[in-house]
Design a protein around this ligand. Structure first.
Ligand code: GLN
Length: 539
């Protein structure tokens, strides 16, 4: 098994995750079996308890992990499900070390960062690699070189080379090279310093990926090569791209794949990129445009809803359109800064986004009402379903003050209530209904025709559900339940018959959407937005 460690320099959020996903994808398309691991040096055990503003979206894996959003990039680029074990955090590592210490596994020893914590890190990485049967394991170390919390992970990465030998381990350093606006000149000094910092820890990068607004010239590459102690070909230019899906193609053109394969003693095969290139070409063509309203409360950080955005992109490419997003902040609607009708102006369809808590909920409900009354295609996701049901109960069934008990525990009409098994849950970390669950679709419904199957599996992340006591009334008024969970008969999908496209789901189908295999429900939504029949998916 070969290991590639990806480190970051200069600053975060420069696309290390996309670069890692792209490298793994190139190797997978060379015919190697690969896996990708994300290391998050924070002390949280997982991303589940973090606010999206802190961390972006919480990505849910099929096996119910609440992980870093980079896992989403890996799955989308590799077209493969990964496990929650592919996200390693300081919290997870230390919990295990402390558990072992209490059990007496280290009896007689002083437990230390080196070797106990670093051993735990190394063993975890090796285990994930082994369990996935990978030829090449890509390990992205989150954060930036020089961060205190990242040190044990970098130390473990350094030891890998000592343990396994240079032909089995490679280091790829992804660092930012700014362009000075006054002169248009690339400035390499920050990158140089990040390489020095890496060397201080004992890691000499094999490849340096320079993220920059523009391509690097040969002279800039030479300078980075000289200071970074790598051959000039090992400096890879990775400029801003109009599409994240174009990055693997850019890296391939810079021969990153061939060089990395050679370094690892692997045959440098030509990656099979035909369908991927076609996808990117279609995405970047001059397509007709549609506008999708994104109705939520974390709209100022678009990464909060990254999988939903990507699911729309995948569906849009399939339909030959380009989607533009109109971010509708429901707090603004709630505070009267924006009317629901204004919010939906110019929008071909609205996605009612997931969420937690009271802020923005009333605003969301008003926008749902406007979409229902105005015939705007609507797709509700998780909390989006819950608020769709609340709106329907209030304004169609006439149940005044109907609500979810998450927001109003004393509502006279609790149309959304806590799941039975959640009632006694005390710890909030990792205890929601999480991951893939089977859903039975009801024959004769729109959702059944869209999926074209009786049973599907979608991923979940929630504590609340539609109150079974209200299902009869909702259905009588036309809000049909079109999907039930196989275990326990919970509401998974609803659809409104008197509307062109009005579907909401308790699940998160966006987590399973892939560039070349769009999620059926998002695809159908996009068809409705473009005025086509949503049920005729030419699979
Ligand atoms: N807050 C809601 C629940 O816990 C919805 C969660 C979500 O949208 N992911 O059920």
């Amino acid at each position: 098994m070969k290991f590639v460690f990806i480190t970051g320099g200069v600053m975060s959020s420069v696309g290390k995750g996309i670069t890692t996903a792209s490298m793994a994808m190139l190797f997978s398309r060379m015919g190697y079996s690969v896996t990708a691991i994300k290391i998050d040096p924070y002390i949280n055990v997982d991303a589940g308890t973090m606010n999206p503003y802190m961390h972006g979206e919480v990505y849910v894996t099929e096996d119910g992990g609440e992980t870093d959003l980079d896992l989403g990039h890996y799955e989308r680029f590799l077209d493969r499900d990964l496990s929650k074990e592919n996200n390693i955090t300081t919290g997870k590592v230390y919990s295990r070390v402390i558990e072992k210490e209490r059990r007496g596994d280290y009896l007689g020893q002083t437990v230390q960062i080196i070797p106990h914590v670093t051993d735990e890190i190394k063993n975890t990485i090796k285990k994930v690699g082994k369990d996935s049967g990978a030829d090449v394991v890509f390990v992205e170390i989150g954060g930036t070189v020089g961060d205190i919390e990242g040190l044990p992970f970098l130390e473990a990465a350094r030891q890998f080379m000592v343990d396994m030998g240079p032909s089995n381990v490679a280091y790829v350093h992804v660092a930012y090279v700014p362009v000075l606006p006054q002169t248009g000149e690339h400035k390499t000094k920050p990158l140089q310093h990040s390489v020095y910092e890496l060397r201080r820890i004992g890691i000499q990068p094999n490849l340096i990926v320079a993220r920059s607004p523009r391509h690097l010239s040969l002279s800039v590459k030479r300078k980075i090569a000289l200071y970074g102690s790598v051959p000039v070909e090992a400096v890879i230019s990775n400029p801003d791209s109009p599409s994240i899906y174009k990055v693997p193609i850019q890296l391939h053109e810079e021969r990153l794949d061939i060089q990395l394969a050679k370094m690892l003693g692997l045959e440098a095969r030509e990656p099979e990129l035909g369908d991927w290139r076609e996808f990117v070409e279609k995405q970047l063509s001059d397509n007709p445009r549609v506008r999708i309203g994104m109705v939520g409360k974390y709209t100022s950080l678009h990464d909060s809803y990254i999988s939903i955005r990507e699911a729309v992109v995948h569906a849009s490419v399939k339909e030959g359109v380009t989607s533009e997003f109109k971010w509708i902040e429901t707090t603004d609607v709630e505070k009267g800064r924006l009317s629901p009708e204004e919010a939906l102006e110019g929008v071909g369809g609205a996605i009612i986004l997931p969420g937690f808590g009271a802020r923005g909920a009333e605003g969301k409900i008003s926008v749902i009402r406007a979409a229902r009354e105005g015939g705007v295609p609507l797709l509700g996701i998780c909390f989006g379903l819950q608020m769709t049901v609340v709106e329907f109960a209030r304004n169609v069934l006439g149940l005044k003050d109907a609500h979810s008990t998450e927001i109003d525990p004393r509502t006279p009409h609790p149309v959304i209530t806590i799941l039975e098994e959640q009632k006694n849950v005390e710890y909030l970390g990792g205890t929601m209904r999480l991951g893939g669950y089977e859903i039975e679709l009801v024959k004769g419904t729109m959702v059944h025709s869209i999926y074209g199957r009786d049973v599907i599996v979608e991923r979940h992340r929630h504590r609340y559900e539609v109150n079974p006591k209200y299902i009869g009334k909702l259905e009588d008024a036309g809000l049909k339940v079109s999907g039930w969970s196989k275990e326990g008969k919970r509401v998974e999908f609803v659809e409104y018959k008197n509307h062109r496209f009005y579907i909401a789901t308790q699940a998160h189908p966006e987590f399973k959407s892939r560039p070349l295999k769009p999620s059926p429900i998002y695809w159908a939504f996009l068809r409705a937005v473009t005025g086509k029949s949503p049920v005729d998916l030419a699979r």
